[in-house]
Design a protein around this ligand. Structure first.
Ligand code: 5GP
Ligand code: MG
Length: 474
């Protein structure tokens, strides 16, 4: 039995490149640049034109890829790569991507960012038909569809994609081509570029293109397949584009500030969110303090708009990573103290406005507020640059079940109480959506407003495939 203890995680990054002699190293660098999109596992699959091979492993990109491993992969002309996200310690490598499989069409490797809400239905269907699954990821379902459509249809990939419901930015590596796919709703970002050698590449975020010295070409369109092969680049549609459902949380927290996501630079959007927040929630105070690192851009905007001076009052220790994945609350609190050091002179005796991007569980925020109080903060006014997160995400952000979200069952006052702050203001939904350039209904804000673009009456929850597998083995 494999993958039993593993939660299927979907908050990821992908990369692909075709016909570049430096493919493996480009993939490595691109994944490094997209490390923020996933820290649980990393993987690269390469092709020399005849054979695919892959290396995947648990941990950060530089932990997974030693020079020796990279050297082994470097004799290749094409590559795809994947970063995978986790918030828990329990993980196994069976679910690490890219998944590499042999099927009737040859070899294929796939990397997926997103989440399929009909994965369980599809898996059940294919298992009844005799298919054998080896992981508990929704991504494996895609390969089975591809294999079973291979002989009976003219365009197996189009046929496959038409069965998928949910969020997916995908890279497929075959021995003769790279296929890059974005779901019809454009839930997750996906962009095309050209490498310094003139090869085409694709990445979740433009920060990866910048890191490898690639030029941005354009976004992959929702509902589009881009094929890159020795014949060049071509494009076809597998679905009419739907009303877009760009994930607003990419702008709020997830994406790298230097990236251009959904046509806008994330840093600029975050500064606007901070300005809007200041307009909405004025309070007398002495300093504006960013919660590093994710709250910094919004804090900058807040300070600018309010005219209150911006000061760094909390300094991050850059060598402590991943507080979120510590298994117990005690360990998490210790990690927070180690990770964030308070500058007492900035805090002591002052009325402070603390700006952060979001509150999810509330546990790390509470620990940070305690630290500030101990350092002598006279008043703490917490300002959050998005609305309360009250609903689970089924489309690729790893929000825990509703019971773990602090805002699900509490009013803002109760949350302020729990966090121990003098006042708390969340940016309003309208305020948030006024800071991005597309029409409001072109974003998915379901974690805030509970309005889901697709029917989620029977969504695949993170553990469903595990539960399903358990049942099968009874
Ligand atoms: P909390 O107080 O909810 O435990 O933590 C809030 C902090 O978590 C914020 O500073 C925010 O930047 C960060 N955050 C928001 N969403 C996520 C996420 O999905 N994963 C991780 N690791 N941190 C997050
Ligand atoms: Mg943060």
């Amino acid at each position: 039995m494999t993958g039993m203890s593993e939660e299927a995680k979907h908050k990821c990054g992908v990369f692909g490149v075709w016909n570049d002699p430096d493919s493996a190293h480009l993939a490595y660098t691109a994944l490094y640049a997209q490390q923020h999109r996933g820290q649980e596992s990393a993987g690269i699959a390469v092709s020399d034109g005849k054979l695919l091979q892959a290396h995947v492993g648990m941990g950060l990109v530089p932990e997974v890829f030693s020079t020796r491993v990279l050297d082994r992969l470097s004799d290749s002309k094409a590559a795809i790569g994947h970063n995978r996200y986790s918030t828990t310690g329990s993980s196994v490598s069976d679910n690490a991507q890219p998944l590499l499989r042999e099927y009737i069409g040859g070899q294929v490797a796939v990397g997926h960012n997103g989440n399929l809400i009909n994965a369980l239905v599809l898996r059940e269907l294919y298992e009844r038909r005799g298919h054998i699954f080896r992981t508990t990821t929704d991504t494996e379902v895609i390969i089975h569809l591809l294999a079973s459509h291979h002989l009976s249809h003219t365009d197996p990939l189009v046929e496959t994609l038409q069965h998928l419901q949910g969020a997916y930015s995908l890279v497929f590596l075959f021995n003769d081509r790279l296929e890059v796919v974005r779901d019809p709703w454009g839930w997750r970002p996906l962009v095309l570029g050209t490498t310094p050698n003139g090869a085409y590449c694709a990445a979740s975020e433009t920060v990866a293109l910048d890191a490898i010295g690639a030029k941005f070409v354009r976004e992959v369109e929702p509902g589009e397949i881009v094929t890159i092969s020795d014949k060049g680049i071509s494009s076809r549609r597998f679905a009419e584009p739907q009303q877009p459902a760009h994930c607003i949380f990419e702008h709020v927290y997830f994406a790298n500030p230097s990236s251009k996501v959904f046509g806008e630079t994330v840093q600029i959007v975050r500064e606007k969110l901070g300005e809007k927040l200041a307009e909405e929630s004025h309070v007398e105070a002495d300093v504006v303090i960013p919660m590093p690192d994710s709250g910094r851009s919004a804090a900058l905007g807040y300070a600018r708009q309010s005219g209150i001076q911006f000061r760094e009052g909390i300094v991050p220790n850059r060598y402590v990573g991943r507080t979120f994945i510590k298994p117990t609350q005690d360990q998490r609190n210790t990690a927070v103290q180690l990770k964030l050091n308070v500058v007492r002179e900035v805090i002591d005796g002052n009325r402070i406005i603390v700006v952060d991007d979001s509150v999810v569980r509330g546990t790390t925020t509470r620990a940070k507020m305690e630290q500030l109080r101990r350092a002598g903060a006279k008043e703490i006014h917490l300002r959050i640059s998005c609305p309360p997160i009250r609903n689970p995400c089924y489309f690729g952000i790893d929000f825990q079940d509703p019971a773990q979200l602090i805002a699900t069952s509490r009013t803002v006052e109760q949350i302020a109480d729990f966090l121990g702050v003098d006042s708390l203001h969340y940016l309003t939904l309208d305020g948030m959506l006024s800071c991005v350039k597309h029409p409001k209904d072109h974003y998915c804000a379901s974690c805030f407003n509970g309005e889901y673009r697709l029917n989620v009456d029977n969504p695949v929850n993170k553990l469903d495939l595990e539960r399903y597998q358990l049942k099968m083995f009874k």
